[in-house]
Design a protein. Structure first.
Length: 544
């Protein structure tokens, strides 16, 4: 599956075992077509009919290929479409009769004979897109070259040309399907409802490379007239790059926060300051996005006292600042606290050359940080502190794997500072490749209510900048009495290749302790625990 859950579903058609074929052969994830002088090469693909109505069939490849679909109403192959610049798209939404009596959809790809101008060709992917049932209208946006016009009806066969026109038109329950191409961004000010959100769903290859009309953002969700309180919006599947400031921005106010915004499966890369930004947003879900190479600051930056937000399954790397930052910003008019957050199953690496932890938590309280994989980051792995927010209190940090980089600016796996009390650190793997920094660095005024145990750690700790061994740390703080030392990285499956799985005989197996905030599954979806006890880190041990 490319995206799930989603109102618009896309799935790859298997190229490995076509229904029938001639002069074709599989090659890794592709299928090669080798026509002869007088015979074409072809392959027919069969898939079960999906739920909901068909939207389109998308192909990518190279050479001279044509795409067709079977029409069982007429008994003919229809929609003969050639690859153009390596892409082909067949519009299906207005057609009937495309499903066989047995409940299958059939597509064919063919390369003409050499005598007819054909050549050796390759089919890289074939994707069937379908529209699930939902409230409201479904609109389409396509490039000018694909027939898009803002004067059109916005239907599948008469799509609009610009995302901004769609944003100016949609109402609660409406869905906008964005077809492949290089688009200009948009500013949405309309809201949905909890049962009928507004959805912008981009198909593979739908890119935003030109800023929205404000010339700063790729996508901006903000309603000035409502005091900023835009709500119930889903944005999914876009690739947004090289925006002057931020790829996707959500903004409310302290008096009227944005609410129930979902951002998923977007790629935000090489943007000027942030990949994804929010200010004063509650009950927001940011999941399965990739945010990389932000020039000035962070991959994902959630700010301004937003509560009950989820950051799940995101991949953040190469950002100058932190991978994911929660920043409560008391100076901006809120209460200076971000509470009730769930930060789970994210992967952050190679962040922080300008400072900023992989998970940087300013003013975070009563939240859970679990199941994350953080490696080769240049500042700290996880930091709980008071900056512009209040103290970071009463958080649970469990089942994370933190591997710190060896470069000179690399800091601690976990840093707790500025009177941030009541935090719990359990079931984690804390290893550092740095020459003298290590597992946990805590300020003296953060020790009240602090609990740390059942971690697998390097033999370096710090209390108020006093460096300690594990045994000294245990004696002085009374913490980590059941934690154990790592001697090296040999129990990882392949640490040199950034594979931090481990075998069942490794020290972390069955080492952790049960806790109500432990994740139910590991990063691979394996139920936890597999044995009588949880394993330390973000992965359950695997049986040899």
């Amino acid at each position: 599956m490319l995206r799930r859950p989603s109102i618009i579903e896309s799935f790859r058609v298997s190229l490995v075992a076509p229904h029938s074929q001639a002069h074709t052969a599989p090659q890794l994830e592709q299928r090669s077509f080798s026509p002869t002088a007088d015979e074409l090469a072809w392959a027919i693909f069969q898939v079960e009919a999906p739920a909901g109505s068909l939207d389109s069939l998308l192909a990518s490849g190279s050479g001279s290929l044509y795409l067709l679909v079977a029409d069982f109403a007429s008994g003919r192959w229809r929609h003969i479409t050639a690859l153009n610049d390596g892409q082909a798209a067949i519009e299906l939404s207005a057609d009937t009769g495309l499903i066989s009596p047995g409940g299958y959809f059939y597509a064919a790809a063919l390369a003409p004979a050499l005598s007819q101008g054909g050549m050796a060709s390759t089919l890289d992917s074939l994707t069937l897109v379908h529209d699930q049932l939902h409230a409201g209208n479904t609109y389409y946006v396509a490039m000018d070259s694909q027939g898009g016009s803002d004067a059109a009806a916005g239907t599948a066969n008469a799509p609009w040309a610009t995302l901004q026109h769609a944003a100016d038109t949609v109402q609660a329950g409406d869905t906008v399907i964005v077809r492949p191409g290089d688009h200009t961004g948009f500013w949405l000010q309309s809201s949905g409802t909890a049962l009928a959100p507004i959805t912008f769903s981009a198909l593979d290859g739908a890119n935003i490379i030109f800023p929205a009309t404000d010339k700063v953002y790729g996508i901006n969700l903000e309603n000035w007239q409502a005091g900023g309180g835009i709500h119930d919006v889903i944005v999914e599947g876009f690739t947004i790059e090289q925006m002057p400031t931020v790829g996707i921005r959500i903004a409310g106010t302290a008096e009227s926060p944005a609410q129930r915004i979902t951002l998923r499966h977007n790629i935000c890369r090489s943007n000027g300051r942030w990949g994804i930004f929010s200010g004063f947003a509650d009950y927001m879900t940011v999941e399965y996005n990739q945010c990389s190479n932000s020039t000035d600051e962070h991959g994902i930056y959630l700010s301004n006292s937003g509560d009950f937000n989820i950051a799940r399954g995101n991949i953040c790397y190469g950002n100058a600042g932190g991978g994911i930052q929660f920043n409560a910003d008391a100076s901006q008019g809120g209460d200076g606290i971000m509470s009730g957050a769930l930060i789970e199953n994210n992967v952050c690496f190679d962040n922080g050359l300008n400072g900023g932890a992989a998970l940087n938590m300013d003013g975070l309280q009563d939240s859970v940080i679990r199941g994350n994989l953080l490696y080769n980051n240049h500042a700290s792995g996880i930091t709980l502190f008071q900056g512009d927010g209040l103290e970071a209190k009463n958080n649970v940090v469990t089942c994370n794997t933190v591997i710190q980089a060896m470069d000179p600016i690399s800091r601690w796996c976990i840093r707790i500072a500025n009177g941030s009390t009541g935090n719990t650190v359990i079931n984690n793997i804390l290893w550092s490749r740095h020459s003298f920094r290590g597992a946990i660095d805590i300020d003296l005024d953060c020790l009240p209510g602090f609990t740390s145990d059942y971690n697998l750690t390097i033999d370096r700790f710090s209390r108020d900048d006093n460096f300690l061994s594990l045994s000294e740390w245990q004696s002085i703080t009374g913490q980590d009495m059941h934690s154990q030392l790592m001697q090296d990285e040999s129990f990882f499956h392949d640490a040199a290749a950034d594979d931090f799985h481990f075998e069942i005989t490794a020290p972390p197996a069955g080492f952790g302790i049960d806790h109500p905030d432990n994740p139910a599954v590991d990063r691979d979806g394996v139920p936890r625990p597999q044995g009588q006890a949880f394993d330390a880190g973000c992965y359950e041990a695997k049986i040899k």
